[in-house]
Design a protein around this ligand. Structure first.
Ligand SMILES: [Zn+2]
Length: 281
């Protein structure tokens, strides 16, 4: 008697029950991602690595680097090339006075930048006047284990406390895959220190560092999130920024840092500022 073979779907059913939910969703995007404007998804798939843009005073090619931030802003888990991503973006565009095309273009990126920058208290304040540095008594010293490369790190006391809560949560969520992740490599820098460094190294970052850096507030920190081979953790080379944008730790930060009061400077994945409750508004 011929042995009856099991239908092919049996294998899938077996896989579905044997895989934990996280592994199953990593293997394939959720079904909801297939639903949405297909033409917009096709346009996004071609522009994500070709669109010429200049959001932060420097030319960039493609918007792939910004995908985690865009996905977080539009409340989607779908891949950038999917109809579901385009659908979520169209809803966001509509809510922000833009034509709901579902495609990522210059006007949409400019609007996203506006929303991101508006959350940075430093940017809002420094448009009027450069914030004064804090009193010495408002500063706390990070522990050696919290500092990248053993540097002296100081933050405002409330920012350091929030940072510690955030690191504990990241550790619990299992995204700190090596011991150095989320260590701080730069925090408070006095205006005098920045002016000196600018003169010495002939590196004034377009005079921003010398004139008025967010680091003078002691609420800004640069955290280690890895680096592309051959690059430093704060190299603004596109290849390095794209590398960092794909790490689990950065993606976790994009989704979770606001709960602890931190917002990102969208151009620099390593740079985070403590703004308190304003972060999640
Ligand atoms: Zn910084």
């Amino acid at each position: 008697m011929k042995k009856r073979s099991r239908p092919f779907w049996f294998l899938y059913a077996l896989l579905a029950v044997s895989l934990p939910p996280a592994a199953a969703s990593a293997a394939a995007p959720p079904a909801v991602c297939a639903s949405g404007p297909v033409a917009a998804a096709t346009a996004n798939a071609s522009s994500e690595s070709t669109l010429l843009l200049n959001l932060f005073g420097r030319e960039e090619t493609g918007w792939l680097f910004y995908v985690p931030l865009i996905a977080n802003e539009t409340h989607t888990e779908c891949p950038a090339e999917s109809p579901g991503f385009a659908k979520a973006l169209a809803i966001w565009q509509s809510a922000h006075g833009l034509p709901p095309t579902g495609t990522v273009g210059t006007a949409t990126l400019q609007k996203l930048k506006q929303v991101w920058q508006a959350k940075r208290t430093f940017v809002v304040e420094s448009a009027h006047r450069c914030p004064a540095p804090p009193a010495e008594s408002a500063l706390s010293q990070a522990a050696p284990a919290e500092s990248y490369g053993g540097k002296q790190i100081q933050l405002r006391t409330e920012a350091l406390a929030a940072y510690r809560n955030m690191v504990a949560a990241a550790r619990k969520d299992g995204v700190l895959l090596n011991a150095q992740l989320l260590e701080i490599f730069s925090a408070y820098r006095s205006p005098e220190y920045d002016a000196e460094r600018c003169a010495e190294q002939h590196n004034c970052q377009g005079v921003v560092r010398a004139a008025c850096s967010a680091h003078r507030t002691a609420l800004a920190m640069d955290v280690y999130l890895g680096a592309a081979p051959g690059f430093g953790p704060d190299s603004s080379a596109d290849i390095n920024r794209l590398f960092i944008s794909k790490t689990a730790a950065y993606r976790w930060m994009v989704k979770n840092a606001a709960r602890f009061g931190f917002v990102n400077y969208a151009f620099e994945p390593w740079h985070w500022e403590f703004v308190g409750q304003k972060a999640s508004r």
